[in-house]
Structures are given as C-alpha cells and as structure tokens.
Ligand binder design. Structure first.
Ligand code: ADP
Length: 481
C-alpha cells in the first residue's frame, strides 16, 4: 500500500508509530494509499519550522525573480509529466481523465502565472509634500496556511500556494483527507528542489485534528480555506482569536439565467457542462437553471435529451460523468433526490446506477428537478452532485430576484443575445463572477474568483490574489539639506 508521509521541515514524517488513514479510488472504491493521521504536535512542528524558515536569510535573500523561476520550473515539470499527474488526480478524485488533464494544465498555469508575477508585486509612491518621499512596500505575511478541499485538490493547492510563495511566504498545506495524492506529489517536487526546507510543508489528517489547530495557531499569519460553509465559519472564528486574516471560498448555488432569445445550442451546452463537471462536485457548479417562462418547456425538452445522452462511468475511461467521491457524499445527494421526488418533480435521471466491474463506486444519473418552490431547501443549499434544479421567471427583474435569493453569490451565467439585458442583469446579479454566453471561460487563471455573501471572503486567482499574501508597509522619508 502506498504510504503518504507528511513533509515537515524538509523531513518525511510517518512511521509505524503513526496512525494511518485509508485513501480510496472513488471509481471502484478500492483503497489506493494511506495517509498519516496528523495531530496537534505535527501542526506545532510545522508552524515552528515555517517560522524559522521564513526568517532565515536562506529564504529572505532569494530574489523575487528567483522565487518566480522556481515556480516556473514547477510549471514546466507538471506539463512535462502531465499524464502522470492527470492519472493521479483521476484516481484520487474519480473525475474523468480529460477533466483531470484540464486541472493539471490549470495547475501548471497557476505556477507559471504567479511565477511570472513574483517580481512584479509593487507598491506605490504617494505624493505628500515637498521634502517627503512616501512609498509603500508590499511585504510577505510570514506563515500562510492552505486548507484544501477534496474536489479539485491540485488546482486549489496550486492557485494559493503559487501566489503565497511568489510573494515570499512560508506555506503549510493541509490536504483533504480523501484526496492527498497530488499534494504529496507537489511535496516530493518541492523537497527535491532548492527551495529551503520549511518553506513548503504538507500535513495530512482529519480536519478537526489538523486543520483546526492550524487555523487557531497563534504563530500563523493567514489562512486560505476552500470548503463547506460550516467549516469555513469555524476556520474564520479560530483565526479571529489571533486576528489572523482569512481568504474563504465556501461554495455556491450558482444560477444559469437563460432568456428566450439565447443562442440555444450554446446555452444548452453551457448549462449541461456547468452542472456535470466533476459530477457536480464543484463549488461553482451551475446548479440552478432560471429559464424564461414561455421558453421553459421547449428548452427543458432539449435539455432532457442532452442529459439522457450523457455517459457515466469510471474516471479513467473518460465518461461524461464520473463517480461521487464516497458513500457519505452519495448518501447526502440521494437523500436530497428522494426529497425532490415528493416535493417536486424529477424530469430526468434521479437514480443511482451500478457500473459492471466498478461496483464499489457510487454513480448517480444526471438529474433535473422541476416544480420546487424557490424557497425550498433544495433550491437554497448545495447538493454537490449532478443535480440541476429548474425555476421559471417572467421577466428580467424576476430572473435577477431569483438569482439573488440564496445565501450564496459565487458565479452566475447569463444567456441572451440582447446586450442591454445581458449587461443590465450582470450589473444586478450579486456574485463574484458573471459569465455572459459562456460559463467558466477557459478556466480563468487570470480572473479574480470568490464570492459575494456566504460564498466567501476575498478573491483567489488573478493578479489581485497576490495581495492576500502581502501586507503594506508605508515608509515616509523626510529630507532636507
Ligand atoms: P467537506 O464537508 O466537503 O469535506 P470541509 O469544509 O469539511 O468539506 O473540508 C474542507 C477541508 O477542511 C478539508 O481539508 C478538511 O479536512 C478541513 N477541515 C474540516 N474540518 C475542519 C476544521 N474544523 N478546521 C479546519 N479545517 C477543517
């Protein structure tokens, strides 16, 4: 069995005295690895090592462009070995291999993008008065913690770790207990690189054992968390005790708003892809279809045809939809589908299926639910599976009202040929990203990503995310002769 140790202070940590936790391949339910069940002592050791590493000249004297070069080397390594990385992610998360390949390319792009940005993080000179030179300097924060969810591990680690290292921090990654493989592969690369020990560390284990102590540790300077709303709130509370800033990405209930004048084929394709990607286990999934009333029956009939054509099966064979992560996730999705059967109407899918030869995996048909009240919990809460809920609207005002009537505000899609309607709706929708006549635009490495309302705090991705990992020092110089 492949054993995955932690990387703490440049050493591999994990031996017979440690407790180990199993890791499964969601496609067939078979165990593929085990991770160390980390604890508070491991967290304390990692934070202490990060503090020392951060302060040492060995890291402080690395020039910004050199930090960038290291990250670009990693990007190149990932690209050169893309198929291996993709297989790892596919096996670990269960996602279709083509989607794993897209994740791997996105990871390479993050390291490349932030590697290129490392020597372009600049402050301002601010006019005060004659005889004073006032400048701001963007300094790293120190020790940054990155708590990672299980659904897009490689991408989500890469986006924040790349930005934090580019700006000169010492990072500690806590990977998700279900999907640690690519985090470990990154650890192996960093351990073999010339990055000083303690600047990249990886701790594994259960959230409350490891993530909690990390978030509440008094000697860290930032937490980046992606995951559930409930855990995000607890991370924020823990960090608040030490006045440590957080960047939170907590999910969504994102609408695709389809007007009757939309380009039908593009809208159909967009709506389908937005909900089936990673079997709907995506925080930015387009999980609500808001459809113009008079167009509803026609659009839904075509959408149902598309749903019925989707293929389901193990990630390695690249069907449209892969397995659900595990039984826990599967049970919570199926429970919601059962509720929909009584409170609404299933117009496509709605059943679990078994795949020959992959009986240990959990597979669910792509499902469309109609007929729910918009206030229903299924319209308000994440389902985190390939399940789309449908609601009609009369006019643009009602579409906007519905779009905005959940606690979340991560992404919105707007499908119309009318430029006035498109821009009007985009200006009124309360979400961190708005896509007009597309959904997701090529991965969006450069686009700020994050949420309004309970979808989170702050933005990841893009140039703006570098600010998460820096603080401003203002230096005023008075001079005279
Ligand atoms: P999910 O319910 O989808 O697994 P979580 O939000 O619980 O999502 O998990 C996301 C990440 O947060 C995982 O790495 C998990 O181990 C970690 N985590 C879980 N509980 C806590 C906690 N109390 N404090 C910090 N991190 C946690």
């Amino acid at each position: 069995m492949k054993q995955i140790p932690m990387l703490i202070n440049g050493e591999w940590v994990g031996n017979e005295t440690n407790e180990w936790l199993p890791v499964f391949n969601p496609s067939n339910g078979q165990q593929i690895a085990e991770i160390v069940r980390g604890n508070k002592e491991h967290v304390n050791a990692a934070v202490a090592a990060a503090q020392v590493a951060y302060e040492r000249d060995e890291w402080k004297k690395v020039k910004p462009f050199e930090r960038g070069q290291l990250l670009i080397n990693l990007a190149n390594h990932i690209r050169e070995n893309a198929e291996q990385w993709s297989k790892l992610e596919c096996e670990d998360v269960g996602k279709p291999i083509s989607q794993a390949r897209a994740d791997v390319e996105a990871a390479a792009r993050y390291f490349e993008f932030y590697g290129g940005a490392a020597d372009k993080v600049m402050g301002d000179t601010i006019p005060i008065e004659e005889g004073i030179l006032n400048a701001t300097v963007l300094e790293p924060l120190g020790v940054t913690v990155h708590i990672i969810p299980w659904n897009y591990p490689l991408q989500i680690i890469s986006r924040s770790v790349a930005a934090a290292i580019a700006t000169g921090n010492a990072v500690i990654v806590k990977s998700a207990e279900d999907t640690p493989l690519t985090a470990h592969a990154l650890s192996e690369w960093f351990a073999a690189s010339n990055l000083p020990k303690g600047i990249f560390q990886h701790v594994t284990g259960i959230g409350p054992d490891v993530g909690g102590p990390l978030a509440s540790h008094p000697n860290i300077q930032h937490v980046t968390f992606t995951g559930s709303l409930k855990t995000g709130v607890s991370v924020m509370k823990a960090a608040a005790e030490n006045v440590v800033p957080v960047t939170l990405e907590l999910g969504g209930k994102s609408p695709n708003i389809v007007f009757a004048d939309a380009n039908e084929e593009r809208a159909l394709e967009g709506v389908v892809r937005a909900i089936i990607q990673n079997a709907g286990q995506t925080c930015s999934a387009g999980s609500r279809l808001l459809i113009e009333e008079g167009y509803k029956e026609e659009f839904l009939s075509k959408l149902t045809t598309k749903f019925n054509e989707l293929t389901i099966g193990p990630g390695s064979e690249d069907y449209d939809i892969g397995p659900i992560l595990n039984k826990r996730q599967y049970d919570q999705i199926m429970k919601k589908i059962e509720v929909a059967k009584s409170d609404g109407k299933i117009i496509s899918g709605g059943e679990a299926i078994t795949i020959d030869g992959y009986e240990g995996g959990f597979y669910i048909q792509p499902t469309i639910i109609d007929g729910l009240e918009h206030g229903h919990s299924l319209a308000q809460e994440e389902i985190f599976g390939p399940v789309l809920t449908v609601f009609p609207f009369k006019d643009v005002e009602e579409a906007i009202r519905l779009a905005n009537s959940t606690d979340y505000g991560l992404v919105a899609g707007i499908w119309t040929q009318n430029i006035d309607v498109a821009h009007y709706a985009a200006s009124k929708v309360k979400s961190g990203q708005v896509f007009i006549n597309n959904y997701g635009a090529a991965g969006g490495i450069q686009m700020p990503f994050g949420g309004y309302k309970k979808s989170g705090i702050g933005r990841e991705k893009g140039f703006v995310a570098l600010r998460n990992y820096t603080q401003i020092k203002n230096i005023a110089v008075k001079f005279s002769i």
